[in-house]
Design a protein around this ligand. Structure first.
Ligand SMILES: C[S@@+](CC[C@H](N)C(=O)[O-])C[C@H]1O[C@@H](n2cnc3c(N)ncnc32)[C@H](O)[C@@H]1O
Length: 199
């Protein structure tokens, strides 16, 4: 990602954190319910208590809180480009590993995590026809032992030009070049789709 794109994302979240504090609105989710619907669909790839998860663009680490709410546990590693959100995540989750940066900034071993997930962290318009997202997905898949699941904004329904919108079938075609059994889910929110890439 270009330096100025990275700065724009960091500044945007610094401002939203000042305005909203620890709330889904600070992450540009319209509500907690909408955030958690995405979490549920990601978790349904098969994440179980005791598994290790790398969450790319983890924000406050809310996926961990949501998953563990009924007594389950996760070995949780989160990376996020925003130092402000990672700071809050560290305060909320002293038992997690939280790292500030893009995924490509870190040197994780291949297959270091059971699952690699991403929710909402490929929604920024980068004007690159999805090249950054495709590189990121390939990197995520390389780091998982059990599977990767991610969501994106659906270009068939969402018209906002200031956000990165993706054709789900085009993305599925790309994912199928990395993984034989990819699955597309587009029946849970109008503007969103999720792809599962199991091992
Ligand atoms: C819509 S928020 C979602 C946060 C979290 N996944 C959740 O659902 O609660 C998107 C997050 O991705 C982060 N982000 C955006 N682009 C990123 C990138 N290329 N690498 C790492 N984090 C990124 C933002 O800082 C922000 O915290």
């Amino acid at each position: 990602m270009k330096k100025e794109q990275r700065k724009r994302i960091i500044d945007k979240h610094r401002d939203s954190l000042t305005r909203h504090g620890h709330h889904p609105n600070a992450l540009y989710w319209s509500s907690r319910e909408i955030q958690e619907i995405r979490f549920r669909v990601l978790a349904e790839i098969g994440i179980k208590s005791g598994d290790s998860v790398l969450d790319v663009g983890c924000g406050f680490g809310d996926f961990k809180s949501w998953f563990e709410a009924d007594g389950k546990t996760l070995g949780f590693t989160g990376v996020d480009i925003s130092p402000d959100l990672i700071g809050e995540a560290e305060r909320l989750h002293p038992d997690a590993t939280l790292l500030c940066g893009e995924l490509s900034d870190f040197d994780f071993e291949p297959a270091a995590f059971d699952w690699v997930i991403l929710s909402g962290a490929m929604n920024e318009q980068l004007f690159d026809d999805g090249a950054y997202a495709r590189r990121q997905i390939a990197l995520m898949y390389d780091l998982c032992r059990k599977g990767t699941a991610f969501n994106m904004l659906d270009a068939r329904h969402l018209k906002a030009h200031d956000l990165q919108r993706t054709d789900p079938h085009r993305m599925l075609e790309f994912c199928n070049t990395l993984c034989v059994d990819c699955q597309l889910h587009d029946d849970y929110l109008k503007n969103d789709f999720t792809i599962y890439m199991p091992r």
